[in-house]
Ligand binder design. Structure first.
Ligand code: 5RP
Length: 234
């Protein structure tokens, strides 16, 4: 277990209060947080988790974190999730684990999104990490061309797009929602909000991995401490 991830996950427990409904993110850092949450539940803390992927649901069950289906919640107080890149305005690239659609549905519906990352995920500008875009398999070549045009139009340095393969490398990765992932090597995304807006206009795009104006706290883990940064969102 990376110490930086562990420190970030541990510091994020400060945001958890008794009785909360909590969006449970996906990925290795989120799983460390879920393990820690399980210890709190064993100690008597009451909460329910809304999982953002099948893998997260399995991790929560293993660690004794009670779950509730997304369709049965009336309010999500907090979501805690990892990220692939974070810029100084708290914009994110997510989707390295192919869960971005469900992650965004839950984070967007939450009162607060807290992002837990190691310091290596903090960047001046987004785009070195290939931007994951979740697409419907139908008409994927058309969608890929439209994505290329949107990236170019919004000023991305490059726009090379690759269909993500499954773990066995014998076909495309299928997301929990039954879609494909196109990983877009942008190099630099000079205007994340413009890129996000243009990608959202494309019918075949189910969702993209740019999380703009959603996160309100970033917990950055280092080897010996964690730093919490917060901003107020109306
Ligand atoms: C999954 C995600 C993850 O949060 C992101 O890939 C970070 O993962 P990790 O904590 O393993 O570095 O967006 O879709």
């Amino acid at each position: 277990m990376s110490q930086a991830k562990e420190n970030a996950a541990s510091a994020a427990l400060e945001f958890v209060k008794d009785g909360m409904t909590i969006g449970l993110g996906s990925g290795s850092t989120a799983e460390i947080f879920i393990e820690m949450l399980g210890e709190k539940v064993a100690g008597g803390l009451k909460l329910q988790g809304v999982p953002t992927s099948q893998a997260t649901a399995a991790c929560a069950r293993e660690n004794g974190v009670p779950l509730i289906e997304a369709d049965r919640v009336s309010r999500i107080h907090l979501t805690v999730d990892g990220a692939d890149e974070v810029d100084p305005a708290f914009n994110l690239i997510k989707g390295g684990g192919a869960c971005l659609l469900r992650e965004k549905i839950i984070a967007h519906a939450s009162d607060k999104m807290v992002v837990i990352v190691g310091g290596n995920k903090m960047v001046e500008n987004l785009g070195a990490f290939p931007l994951p875009v979740e697409v419907d398999p139908f008409g994927m070549a058309i969608t890929a061309e439209q994505i290329y045009a949107a990236l170019k139009r919004s000023g991305c340095e490059n726009a090379q797009t690759t269909l993500r393969q499954n773990k066995a490398s014998d076909g495309p990765l299928i997301t929990d929602g039954g879609h494909y992932i196109l990983d877009c090597k942008c190099g630099l995304i000079p205007s994340p909000a413009d890129t996000a807006h243009l990608l959202s206009q494309i019918p075949g795009v189910m969702e993209h991995g740019l999380f703009i104006d959603i996160a309100s706290a970033i917990v950055v883990g280092e080897d010996d401490h964690a730093k919490v940064m917060e901003l107020t969102r109306e």
